[in-house]
Design a protein around this ligand. Structure first.
Ligand SMILES: C[S@@+](CC[C@H](N)C(=O)[O-])C[C@H]1O[C@@H](n2cnc3c(N)ncnc32)[C@H](O)[C@@H]1O
Length: 205
């Protein structure tokens, strides 16, 4: 039976947020693979996640077709620490601040004409015209029907998923035949149910 300490440990690992410099250092290796693709960050509160921030700010540079991010209703920090934008003007129900939502971005213009595409431009995009912030009805769980529909639309899934659900998370990506870049414990490559080949036959370069 899980003790309070176990739960706290699990929650802490599940709520660890990835730093932007680490994301930038890793993503630069895949820039060509991102071109023309739909990127899905499915464990990423768009207002907290540096994965979302990275892809939003580099949307044009990477030549993305679309960026989708979904947040999870059970996240203890969801919609609380609005570090990326101020959402109060957006289509989030103010009376239900923990209501999960998705953000879909298909165009990022330099709306404030400062010569750089930054988060102010993405904020403008969300507040005007193509406001692509939509409430989710099923909690934002990556296994929910509406998130699976988004997964089907995606070419590449990029995130740091909850550690406690890692096997299930990868199994779903494999089931839907998705390319993915995810952060996991180094021991994960030994999981037989995740990577169907024995470790000895996995070529490490
Ligand atoms: C390790 S944190 C990483 C957050 C973010 N991806 C990042 O890298 O900064 C894992 C995230 O997954 C969320 N999460 C936990 N269970 C989930 C589920 N069943 N479906 C979707 N997201 C979930 C947590 O709320 C948390 O925000």
């Amino acid at each position: 039976m899980a003790t309070t300490f176990d739960k706290a440990k699990k929650n802490k690992a599940d709520e660890f947020y990835t730093q932007l410099p680490d994301i930038e250092a890793e993503m630069r290796h895949y820039q060509e693979q991102f071109r023309g693709k739909v990127i899905f960050c499915n464990c990423d509160d768009p207002y907290e996640s540096n994965f979302f921030k990275y892809f939003a700010m580099n949307f044009n540079f990477l030549g993305l077709k679309k960026l989708i991010a979904t947040c999870y209703s059970e996240s203890p920090v969801a919609t609380k620490q609005l570090s990326l934008f101020d959402v109060k003007d957006l289509a989030v129900k103010s009376a239900d601040a923990k209501h999960p939502y998705k953000i879909e971005i298909t165009e990022v213009k330099d709306e404030n004409a400062d010569g750089a595409v930054d988060l102010a431009d993405v904020e403008y995009l969300l507040k005007n015209g193509k406001n692509a912030l939509t409430l989710l009805n099923e909690g934002g769980d990556f296994r929910s029907t509406e998130c699976i529909e988004l997964l089907k639309e995606a070419d590449i899934v990029v995130t740091n998923p909850p550690f406690s659900l890692f096997r299930e998370y990868v199994a779903q990506l494999v089931e839907y035949d998705k390319k993915f870049i995810i952060i996991g414990n180094v021991n994960a490559i030994t999981y037989m149910d995740v990577f169907k080949r024995p470790l000895a036959k996995v070529k490490l370069s």
